[in-house]
Each structure stands twice: as C-alpha cells, then as structure tokens.
Design a protein around this ligand. Structure first.
Ligand code: NAG
Length: 181
C-alpha cells in the first residue's frame, strides 16, 4: 500500500515539473532549516485548510536530523487550544520527501530563495483519496505582495483556483503559544 502511494506521489511530482521554465528539483531541505511562519495555504480540497481542517497547520521550525531526515515543528488548533506537534520527514529520492501525518505525505520544495520564503508542494494520501497542498512559509510573520503573488502563480499553475487559497496571516497562528507577541 505505502509503496504504491509513494510511486504515485513520485509520478505526480515528477511529471508536473516537466517543461517548467524554472529550475527545479535542486532545492536543498537542509538549507531551509531554521524558523518559519505559515503565510498562505492552498489546496484542491479546501476543507483540509479551513478551520478545523487537517492541514491547517502553522510551521515553527525545520531542523535537519541527519543526511536524509528533517524534523518539522508545527502548531495547530485542537479543541480550541494551540497544540504543538512534530513530524519527521525522510528523503526518498532526489528532492522528494515523505512523512506520516494524517495519512501519508509526499512533498518537495517548489520554490525558495532560502532567505525569505519557501513554497512546498505536498500530496496527501489516505485510503479515501488524495489531495494537493501548497504552502508558503516565510522567515518573518509576513512577506511582500510580490512573494504572495509568486505563490498564487504556482497555485494557479497547479490547478488551484483563487477561492482555494487562504491567507493565514490574518488568523490565529498560535504565535502566542509559540512564545511571541
Ligand atoms: C517538538 O520538538 C521540540 C524540539 O525538539 C520539543 O521541544 C517539543 O517538546 C516537541 N513537541 C512535542 C509535542 O513533542
């Protein structure tokens, strides 16, 4: 089951990048380690990123564990409270990573300048089906409109329309629980 999902995930990620003008696949997860903030999320399954959705998650940090694993720390709302959780991801192919959270996830870095922002593309697989998630993380709690437009451009290219993109800078991202503000 897992192997089949992985193959499907790899296929989706690899075929999508083809013919793109941008240089892809050479982004290094280790170089995006450190503190981050969730700025925007987008999904073809909107309920996943709406209030109470399984992927309405707020990144705090990404830390390398070893050559092929990274440790992600997130916050989310559970029963009205901010709750922290950690996810370990593993590299399974050049530039392709997997983790287990609310199913099985296959992801890659779609775009980054390493210093200000990173855009992640993730496929979530569960017995009942799969969906696509795009996330914009930034080093600061907010980013320029230019970077947001860049993210939205990637969303549109991946078939995610405007109404399925949510700006998280105006919602409670658990910054207080994180120890800020
Ligand atoms: C997540 O990892 C951080 C850093 O190692 C740790 O301080 C924290 O207690 C962990 N949180 C949970 C919920 O396990």
């Amino acid at each position: 089951m897992k192997l089949q999902l992985l193959c499907l995930g790899l296929m989706l990620l690899c075929t999508q990048g083809e013919g793109d003008e941008a240089v892809r696949g050479n982004f290094d997860l280790e170089k995006i380690s450190g503190n981050w903030y969730t700025i925007e999320e987008a999904s073809d399954k909107r309920e996943a990123i709406e209030e109470g959705g399984i992927m309405r998650v707020f990144i705090q940090s990404i830390e390398p564990v070893d050559d092929s694993a990274s440790f992600f720390t997130y916050w989310t709302h559970a029963s009205g409270e901010c709750k922290q959780f950690n996810v370990t991801s593993n590299r399974v192919a050049e530039g392709v990573y997997t983790d287990e959270y609310e199913g099985y996830n296959v992801f890659r870095i779609l775009d980054t300048d390493y210093t200000n922002y990173v855009i992640l593309e993730l496929w979530n697989f569960k017995a009942e089906g799969s969906f696509l998630l795009l996330q914009l993380y930034a080093r600061e709690p907010d980013v320029s409109g230019e970077i947001k437009r860049r993210f939205e451009h990637f969303c549109h290219k991946n078939g995610i329309r405007e109404g399925n993109i949510i700006d998280m800078t105006t919602v409670d991202r658990c910054l207080q629980a994180r120890g800020e503000k």
